[in-house]
Design a protein around this ligand. Structure first.
Ligand SMILES: Cc1ncc(COP(=O)(O)O)c(C=O)c1O
Length: 414
């Protein structure tokens, strides 16, 4: 979508959009300054921060007009302008800084052509010079270009495609439609929680369902793909080992049959990958696993296994494998990409895993992003719950975000 945005608008269109945003931001800044307020920064493009003693009054006026500003501490108000803002919005924004609610008067054109940016930051070099960004600027041209690209694509509407587990299922169009609903798609990720009650209900319910399906205790919906889930899950394991006084545990065992994202995620999480052999029939070689778990026992962080495996087999040795890793002080990460072959039969939490991701675009039916990523929540056993991802801006720990009720007794801070 970002690429198509650039193709459609081209360098001139993008500049026009940016200039309008800059002028609107300048207008808001000038009008607020004229009402006796001071800005934190002399320079800005689309975002200003206003010093204000009466933040509560400003906030009340803003929320009454269904506007969210960013409140930084007790006396700073952040205001960001983007391309969705129209002139009427500027009146509403400025009115929040007025003593009364009468519409204010201002002249946008007075600001055009001047920027409140340092000269050194004003770009002078050309950009988006490729022909593709300078050709398709009408809706018809754009539609033809997208269709031309689609015709080159080998996708499910022409054939079976030889891509991995994502192809086991097809999303129905009705399952995609909510993406186009503004109430669903346009909510800002940092709106005050009380304005996102519907989302919260959805997040809480989904977390509960996923814990039920996986036989785990807590869930984080943050990761945006299976691969991101792996990364988040491994960081959870890492944080757990650190909290146990074992920061040196950094060896991750990965069977040769694993998907490529497994070793990639382990390396990104700062771990050392040790490969475990497979037998002729594709099963994990348990003898090799025992030998390697023993050899690296001192530094063992865990194992990443996929069940059923990428070769499509339900290994009867899966519980034994997980036990061996636990006996050597490691944690078991289960790659849930093939979870659709487990649902209703068994669950990661029942066969000895400590954490697993779920590719909701595979096991369930949420839309894919380009070529794979959709959503990769991770579920964990109780002992890992407090190491789930939190949020730095909001000072939230993983535990307080997603703990299921039955865990709150164990984690009173939730
Ligand atoms: C076994 C396995 N693990 C992980 C992944 C990565 O998942 P995602 O594409 O959602 O990042 C895949 C994707 O095909 C997979 O098949």
């Amino acid at each position: 979508m970002a690429a198509m945005y650039a193709v459609y608008h081209g360098p001139k269109g993008l500049k026009a959009i940016a200039e309008r945003i800059a002028v609107y931001a300048q207008t808001v800044a000038a009008e607020i300054e004229a009402r006796g307020f001071e800005l934190v920064s002399e320079y800005f493009f689309d975002t200003i921060v206003v010093k204000a003693a009466n933040v509560a009054t400003i906030r009340a006026k803003a929320e009454a007009q269904k506007i969210n500003f960013r409140y930084l501490g007790e006396d700073l108000v952040g205001i960001s302008i983007d391309e969705t803002i129209i002139v009427e919005d500027l009146f509403d924004i400025i009115n929040c800084f007025e003593n009364d609610t009468d519409p204010v008067a201002f002249d946008i054109n007075a600001d055009a052509g001047t920027y409140r940016l340092p000269e050194s930051l004003i770009r002078k070099s050309p950009y988006l010079t490729h022909a593709v960004f300078n050709t398709h600027h009408s809706e018809s041209q754009m539609m033809r270009y997208i269709k031309y690209l689609e015709n080159k694509d080998l996708s499910l509407n022409t054939s079976m495609i030889s891509l991995g587990s994502c192809t086991m299922k097809l999303n129905a169009a009705t399952q995609m439609i909510p993406l186009s609903w503004s109430h669903w798609a346009n909510i800002h990720p940092f709106v005050p929680v009380e304005q996102a009650g519907g989302y919260k209900e959805l997040v809480d319910n989904l977390s509960k369902y996923l814990c039920e399906i996986t036989a785990f205790d807590a869930c984080s919906l943050q990761p945006n793909s299976g691969a991101q889930g792996e990364y988040a899950g491994l960081l959870t394991i890492k944080a757990y080992h650190e909290a146990q006084g074992n920061p040196h545990r950094n060896v991750m065992l990965i069977p040769i049959s694993a998907h490529g994202t497994n070793p990639a995620s382990a390396v990104m999480a700062g771990m050392k990958v040790v490969v475990v052999k497979a037998l002729e029939n594709g099963y994990i070689d348990v003898e090799d696993l025992k030998a390697k778990a023993g050899q690296y026992a001192e530094n063992l962080a865990g194992i990443m296994i996929t069940y059923p495996s990428t070769y499509g087999v339900y290994e009867e040795t899966v519980k034994e494998i997980n036990q061996i890793v636990h006996d050597h002080g490691g944690q078991v990460y289960m790659d849930g990409a093939n979870m659709n072959a487990q649902v209703g039969l068994t669950a990661p939490g029942l066969i000895g895993a400590d954490v697993c991701h779920l590719n909701l675009h595979k096991t369930f039916a949420i839309p894919h992003g380009g070529g794979g990523p959709g959503m990769g929540p991770i579920c964990v056993k109780a002992h890992l719950a407090q190491y789930l991802p939190g949020h730095v801006f909001q000072g939230i720990t993983g535990c307080s975000m997603r703990c299921l009720q039955r865990l709150t007794a164990q984690h009173p801070s939730c």
